[in-house]
Write a protein of this length. Structure first.
Length: 133
């Protein structure tokens, strides 16, 4: 594992949240992207070496919509950059961690991703991210 790649924040409205975070961080978002497999629209902010991803559900039954319904808007996940997502998935599975998908999926911002169940990481959803080359 290399570094924290980004912090994901669940929001009801990406438009409203973009305005809030632009004021808060003093920069504009650099990308808005729809990820059909996850049923979300995403918006990314870069602040120095750090990134924040805003996540808005595109489906009332989507994961982000259910998260917000249960917990409200806020921290959804922490993403960790890895060199080889499949190798990390294998290592974590063998160490007893529960992965939320058996194969990496294409995520936002040109990444292959896999989520680690929060029950294994003290209540925090972790996302493994590998840059697609």
């Amino acid at each position: 594992m290399k570094k924290i790649e980004h912090i994901g924040i669940a929001v009801k409205s990406i438009e409203v949240a973009n305005e809030t975070y632009a004021k808060l961080l003093g920069v504009q978002h650099y990308k808005i992207e729809s990820v059909e497999s996850e049923k979300v629209n995403t918006s990314f902010f870069q602040v120095g070496p750090n990134k924040i991803e805003l996540l808005e559900s595109t489906d009332p039954d989507g994961v982000i919509a259910k998260f917000i319904e249960k917990k409200g808007e806020g921290l959804h996940h922490i993403a960790i950059a890895v060199d080889d997502v499949r190798a990390e998935m294998k290592r974590l599975h063998e160490a007893g961690f529960t992965l939320l998908n058996q194969e990496p999926k294409r995520g936002a911002d040109n990444k292959l991703i896999c989520f680690v169940h929060p029950k294994n990481s003290h209540g925090v959803l972790l996302e493994l991210c590998q840059e697609i080359k």
